[in-house]
Write a protein that binds this ligand. Structure first.
Ligand code: SF4
Ligand code: SF4
Length: 279
């Protein structure tokens, strides 16, 4: 049976907020009985673009992470709901019934992704419904996907085996896999948000001046085992990305013809730029 999935490419999201605005436009002032009550004009972020800055000047980057209801197959909100207020549709979409869920504020805390928002005026929990009301009306994808000109969002309707194959071949990941909720939202290039890098710039004295050193061999080791290697670019820069930010101990070793080797020990938490390294 085909079910909906959403692939979010973190590397492509520019934080343009068009998906956020499209969702507001769809739901502020509009009620869709059986799907969602009106969204409040202020305060709710059913699609929430989070921001992560990594590194230090001049080696710095910023990534944006769209977070919305993950339409989990093993959803805590479904289990914690009373009166069958939250249901899983056959196409994979999770719906919070705006009538049955009245007063069930505990559903906000039930969601490990912070994707349920409390509507104070109506006393109901609310979330991004994957535009189920539009899909049921013949739309081919949610409005958020339609407006994302950066190519950061792709809605995919397929069977679970196909989706698993695609996830494996493209390295798609889930947010908070430790929560065990089996989300239907998949993230590409998530390392831009949840992993760290070690980078630096290699330079050497040349007479009275200092030049960058392109083409130097740089290796990265952990527990005396080499885990990556690279060469410096034309500016003498190198970067090892996608590293676990777990306070691990790393050693960076630099070798360039005509210069003595150099090594540096690094304890990696957040991303680190080692600065200009003179060899
Ligand atoms: S529309 Fe696309 S690029 Fe813009 S914020 Fe949303 S996901 Fe990111
Ligand atoms: S992300 Fe939260 S609200 Fe959405 S299905 Fe999962 S537990 Fe429920």
């Amino acid at each position: 049976m085909s079910k909906w999935n959403l692939i979010v490419d973190v590397a492509n999201c520019t934080n343009c907020q068009l998906c956020v605005l499209a969702n507001h436009d769809e739901h502020v002032g509009n009620s869709f009985p059986g799907y969602a009550a009106e969204m409040p004009k202020h305060g709710h972020k059913w699609i929430n673009i989070q921001r992560k800055e990594r590194g230090q000047t001049p080696m710095i980057d910023v990534a944006f992470l769209p977070v919305m209801c993950q339409h989990c197959d093993d959803a805590p909100c479904v289990k914690k709901a009373e009166n069958g207020a939250v249901t899983k549709r056959a196409d994979g979409i999770v719906i919070i019934d705006p009538e049955k869920a009245k007063g069930q504020r505990h559903l906000v805390d039930a969601c490990p992704y912070g994707a349920v928002w409390w509507n104070e005026e109506k006393q109901i929990p609310q979330h991004w419904i994957f535009d189920a009301h539009l899909l049921d009306d013949g739309w081919k994808e949610p409005r958020a996907v339609t407006v994302c000109s950066a190519g950061a969002l792709e809605a995919v309707k397929t069977n679970d085996a196909d989706m698993q194959r695609r996830a494996a071949s493209e390295g798609l990941e889930h947010l908070k896999p430790e929560a065990g909720t089996k989300p239907r939202i998949w993230y590409k290039n998530l390392s831009r948000f949840n992993r760290s890098f070690i980078g630096g710039s290699v330079e050497a004295a040349a007479g009275d001046t200092v030049d960058c050193v392109p083409g130097a061999a740089v290796t990265l080791s952990r527990n005396d085992r080499q885990v990556a290697e690279t060469t410096t670019d034309v500016y003498g820069d190198f970067k090892f990305d996608g590293l676990e930010a777990d306070r691990g101990q790393y050693r960076v070793e630099i070798k360039a013809e005509g210069h003595p080797p150099k090594s540096l020990d690094v304890t990696l938490g957040d991303s680190v730029y080692l600065g200009e390294i003179r060899i």
